[in-house]
Write a protein of this length. Structure first.
Length: 241
């Protein structure tokens, strides 16, 4: 450590030599009594100092896709020819599919924007009594028909907003509200069937085996046990919903 620095540290703080920092930190502790210590750096980022360090060894410096400045050396993929797009005249004609499934997301006119007459022509939502008579497969199909129709309405609304047409919003929203009511009704019916399945499973766990209506009326459900009423297992299929 420099002797002037050690003398000033000892005079300023009276610290012992054992408590002094290592020698490589001595330049940072150099200060005067009249002013506060100033932190300095031994390097500079200016162009003049950077130019004295020699030429730039970075090969990728200056490569930019915006300014169209390519690399300064050949890449490994440059020897392979790039594929060229085929013109529309040379492309083979493909047969059209008017009954393609993706057309279900568009109106019958196969256009993104539907007409107000088409959106206004819809019936009432499905009722709970009607959906209770439907099977699981029918409810599943009806649900995805509703999803596809709502997707078509959303596509038409987006196209109408892009074109700033100024019409058709009221009819499309009414049609979408009717579809939402149908979807909520489907969920309600499925929830009822789930609760009925839970009740039937709970009765089966208690030992209840339904055989006929007389047994259900005479015997209390809480008093039934598997040993007292040993019916065959095939009768449980009658409670399937």
């Amino acid at each position: 450590m420099h002797r002037p620095v050690v003398t000033r540290i000892a005079q300023h703080g009276g610290a012992a030599l054992a408590e002094l920092p290592p020698p490589y930190l001595a330049p940072s502790l150099h200060f005067s009594r009249s002013r506060a210590p100033v932190q300095t750096s031994s390097f500079s980022t200016t162009a003049a100092v950077a130019a004295r360090r020699g030429r730039d060894m970075n090969r990728t410096r200056g490569v930019s896709a915006i300014h169209r400045t390519g690399p300064r050396f050949n890449l490994s993929a440059s020897k392979y020819p790039l594929p060229k797009p085929v013109s529309r005249d040379q492309m083979k004609a493909r047969p059209s599919t008017p009954n393609h499934g993706l057309w279900g997301f568009f109106p019958p006119t196969h256009e993104a924007l539907s007409t107000t007459e088409y959106d206004a022509a819809f019936g009432r939502p499905w009722s709970v009594q009607e959906l209770r008579n439907k099977s699981w497969e029918d409810l599943h199909k009806l649900w995805w028909v509703c999803v596809k129709e709502r997707n078509r309405i959303a596509t038409s609304n987006l196209e109408r907003s892009r074109l700033k047409a100024g019409f058709g919003d009221h009819e499309a929203n009414q049609r979408d509200d009717a579809i939402v009511v149908t979807q909520k009704t489907i969920k309600h019916v499925l929830r009822e069937r789930f609760y009925a399945w839970e009740d039937a499973n709970r009765l089966y766990a208690k030992g209840y085996r339904p055989q006929d209506q007389d047994t259900m009326e005479e015997t209390p459900l809480d008093e039934l046990a598997p040993a007292e009423d040993p019916f065959k297992e095939g009768a449980v299929k009658e409670t399937k919903l």
